[in-house]
Design a protein around this ligand. Structure first.
Ligand code: NI
Length: 159
């Protein structure tokens, strides 16, 4: 496995829509491993393939439990949560974003088997944030008010 370079805000690839994955390949498996390694190394809780320059609908998340989500689709959203959010593509910044408090997502795992993930609170926020990346949306588009600097003594979760 290897660390990948994370693209940052201003890179055009972050504004593009990613393509569906049709088949799993050894190359994609290796990339998914690299995405986890890169996310853990940078203390993130989620990473989407476009953030490492690959326009495919693949997300990795770990808000306490690791998930691979291929071609994820939000089936249901409900409730509201407003809170601060960061992104590995926008290092050192936080912003307040309102999202659904709960969401239910259908995705494929790394073996291309379908499963359902039900997320609340942080996991729900992370799912919505990462799926936005697959549609070329960065959280800065949804920030209420100004982006803030991450306080030096605070290690916040970034996705
Ligand atoms: Ni992000």
């Amino acid at each position: 496995m290897a660390l990948r370079t994370i693209r940052t805000l201003g890179d055009e690839i972050l504004t593009k829509k990613a393509k569906e994955v049709k088949t799993m390949t050894p190359h994609l498996r290796e990339m998914i491993g690299d995405m986890f390694e890169t996310m853990y190394e940078t203390d993130g809780v989620g990473l989407a393939a476009p953030q490492i320059g690959v326009l495919k609908r693949i997300v990795v998340i770990d808000c306490g439990e690791p998930y691979v989500l291929i071609n994820p689709v939000i089936l249901e959203k409900d409730g509201v949560q407003t809170g601060s959010e960061g992104c590995l593509s926008v290092p050192g910044k936080l912003g307040v974003v309102t999202r659904a408090k709960h969401c239910k997502v259908r995705a494929l795992n790394e073996n291309m088997e379908e499963y359902i993930i039900d997320g609340e609170d942080l996991l729900a926020r992370c799912l919505q944030h990462e799926i936005d990346h697959l549609d070329g949306i960065v959280f800065t588009e949804k920030v209420e008010g100004e982006l803030m600097d991450v306080p030096a003594d605070l290690e916040d979760e970034e996705a």
